[in-house]
Ligand binder design. Sequence first.
Ligand SMILES: [Cu+2]
Length: 180
Amino acid sequence: MGFAMSFNYVKAAVCAATMTCAAVTGAQAHIVLDTREAVAGSYFKSALRVGHGCSGSGTVSITVTLPMGTMYVRPQLKPGWRIEIEREPLAEPVKGYHGKVITDRVARITWTGGPLPDAYFDEFGIQMKLPASAPGDVLHFPVLQKCEQGARDWAEIPPVGKTSHDVTSPAPALRLLPKP
Ligand SMILES: [Cu+2]
């Protein structure tokens, strides 16, 4: 918690001192993962932060698509929001804990509730085990945001050499760090 806060302070300071300020604060207002980096293969707890609605309209649901390789995905219960977990079969079963064989995975999670007014932000907690590797060392978590009026698909993946600041509706992203 303390670390995340000081990280944000650092970013705010950088933002004030550089010309990328608008881009940085803009990205903060999107739908993003609260944590941007984590060690590959580790247990990871974070939250999807919804920074605003759809062109002024309040948010009534978000659906996140989980990247391949994430395991043991669990959403955090959230008063006022109904949670739906959609599973899909794995191409090949994998060995889990306690000698269990795992044959499916969480593909999508939807929170429905609110409405979360445009002027407010909120966070939707999620935990999982991260894969040992990912293409380009980045995992993407596309989110479909539905509002009282309209919707927004946060699913853009920046092309190689670009960042989330270069696209209008970037998918929340997590950089995988090598195991220490
Ligand atoms: Cu935004």
